[in-house]
Design a protein around this ligand. Structure first.
Ligand SMILES: Cc1cc2nc3c(=O)[nH]c(=O)nc-3n(C[C@H](O)[C@H](O)[C@H](O)COP(=O)(O)OP(=O)(O)OC[C@H]3O[C@@H](n4cnc5c(N)ncnc54)[C@H](O)[C@@H]3O)c2cc1C
Length: 495
């Protein structure tokens, strides 16, 4: 059996829970740290805005061994997801290994030169350092707010205006009777704009920079999971590592692929009325699909039509007292400005010398299988891979990572193999698929199946697909089935 390691898990969201379970199950001595007062990450209620719900349908947003409750809606609300994550932690005895209100302030190599890392931990009452043999980094992509400001903000605030980050919009009371400007075009921006318009804001303006493709929960009346989440759809995108045969096949089927995506675009344009709102994106949809593809907030286009949310394409140029001045020249009377401008991706606590090895100057991450870097021994990421089925992919990566850490992958990569794969993947992101560069390149969408296939193959799972090849091509990933695929992996080797 492998040596028992002392393992640190940083972060108590979806990914931290998956990592804690995977390492605990293999008999390691796991210590998990969450800087807030509760587990749940982005789903912890005090961190999410009112009305938040998943983008993924519930049977795609789940761990392999625990379905979401049958009485949950197809797209569960934030508190429901939080309750689900709590039940997962209870089920697997994870609460005992989590230290809450405990932040990791720094992560450096051990002073004694031994493998592993020293973490500087700040708890509710004291700070301390502790050594670990392995660290699973599960701090996600939504932990450090992207704070931006524009000239005149102080004057605006001195005059009674409020400027706030989207994550601080947790109570509609703050916008009741107010004139609200939301900056941003992502899902959080549109969610907040619609929520404010339905909760007593005097007016809501959505200021966004770029037109992007958005997918509604139902496309032409069909749940989007039945149209978009399938191998048959995924294989039409230009994935990594295509050899001459795959390229020849892509060339031969190009007209069909073209027609498929133009058909989808036409449906979206008609259903959402994109032309009427001058919201047709410039890029073809197949070029844009990545983890940043937003789901249409229910009620968004209805709010445009009713005039309760007014969209303006542009950005904020500056503030004056009581006003927001846009790049379009528009002057908006405003009381509250919500900056839905996202998050800073990073590992701020990691020793800068190692951060340099991990992150390229253009922000791209050097990671093998979206998890490990050969220059950063004894650590791996779980859940930095943003996708449309993040819970399943976090669990799969966690299972891959524990085997990697224990030297028990069926295909344990050498340093040279990892380096070559990282370089090839970077070249693909930069040259062939720029959309894959979002989130530092840590996005597996739209290649969910491909990514999971690679992990399962590395693990040595004998079962990787459904028995029925047609169902396999045209069905969304079945989380429970992935549990049985994992179970088909070989036992640990003696050693
Ligand atoms: C509003 C919203 C809706 C979403 N909907 C979907 C969806 O439908 N489908 C989907 O697949 N994905 C969705 N996502 C993406 C979502 O981020 C992932 O699904 C998943 O919840 C990420 O979990 P995580 O554990 O990786 O990160 P997080 O949930 O961000 O958890 C990271 C945790 O690490 C903690 N932490 C950070 N730094 C430190 C530190 N230094 N020390 C200790 N603890 C630290 C944080 O407090 C946090 O609790 C959504 C995201 C948002 C914001």
């Amino acid at each position: 059996m492998v040596t028992r390691k002392k393992v640190a898990v940083i972060g108590g969201g979806v990914s931290g829970l998956a990592a804690a379970k995977a390492f605990k199950e293999r008999g390691h001595d796991v210590h998990a740290f969450e800087r807030t007062h509760d587990i749940g990450g982005v789903w912890e209620p005090s961190r999410s805005y009112p009305g938040v719900q998943t983008q993924s349908p519930k049977d795609l947003y789940r761990y392999t061994d625990l379905a979401m409750p049958a009485d949950y809606p197809e797209w569960p609300k934030g508190p429901q997801v939080h309750a689900y994550l709590r039940s997962y932690a209870d089920r697997h005895g994870l609460n005992e290994i989590f230290s809450l209100d405990t932040a990791v302030r720094s992560m450096t190599r051990r002073p004694d030169g031994a493998p592993g890392w020293t973490l500087e931990l700040e708890g509710p009452d004291s700070a301390r350092t502790e050594d670990f043999d392995f660290v699973a980094v599960c701090t996600g992509q939504f932990s450090d707010k992207n704070i931006i400001s524009h000239p005149g903000q102080e004057e605006f605030e001195a005059g009674g205006g409020t400027v706030t980050h989207s994550s601080e919009y947790t109570d509609p009371e703050m916008i009741r009777g107010k004139r609200v400007v939301v900056l941003g075009g992502s899902k959080s921006a549109t969610d907040i704009a619609v929520n404010a318009s339905q909760n007593g804001a005097k007016s809501v303006t959505l200021v966004y920079r770029e037109n992007v493709w958005r997918v509604p929960y139902f496309i032409g009346g069909i749940n989007f999971k039945r149209l978009l989440y399938m191998r048959a759809q995924e294989s039409q995108f230009n994935g990594w590592g295509r050899g001459p045969l795959a390229r020849a096949l892509a060339a031969a089927t190009k007209p069909l692929v073209w027609a498929n995506f133009r058909g989808l675009e036409t449906l979206l344009k008609l259903q959402l009325g994109l032309k009427k709102w001058d919201m047709v994106p410039d890029n073809p949809i197949e070029k844009d699909v990545s983890c940043s593809l937003p789901i249409v907030t229910p009620g968004l286009f209805e709010a445009f039509n009713a005039g309760t949310v007014v969209p303006i394409r542009g950005t904020i140029e500056r503030y004056e007292e009581g006003q927001v001045i846009l790049s379009t020249g528009d002057r908006l009377e405003a009381d509250v400005v919500v900056l839905a401008v996202g998050w800073k991706l990073g590992v701020p606590y990691l020793d800068p010398a190692y951060r340099e090895k991990l992150i390229e100057p253009d922000g791209q991450y050097r990671v093998y299988r979206l998890s490990v870097n050969p220059d950063l021994p004894d650590m791996g990421f779980v859940g930095f891979n943003s996708s449309f089925c993040s819970v399943l992919s976090a669990e799969m990566i966690a299972n891959w990572l524990v085997r990697y850490a224990d030297g028990q992958l069926a295909r344990q990569p050498s340093r040279a193999e990892m380096e070559a794969d990282i370089e090839a993947n970077l070249a693909w992101r930069r040259g062939e698929r720029p959309a894959a560069q979002v989130y530092g390149g840590l996005c597996s969408a739209p290649f969910h199946f491909r990514h999971l296939d690679e992990l399962l193959a590395d693990i040595g799972a004998t079962k990787r697909k459904r028995a029925n090849p047609l169902a396999e091509q045209f069905s969304y990933p079945d989380a429970a089935a992935y549990g049985s695929f994992l179970a088909s992996a070989p036992q640990y080797r003696a050693g």
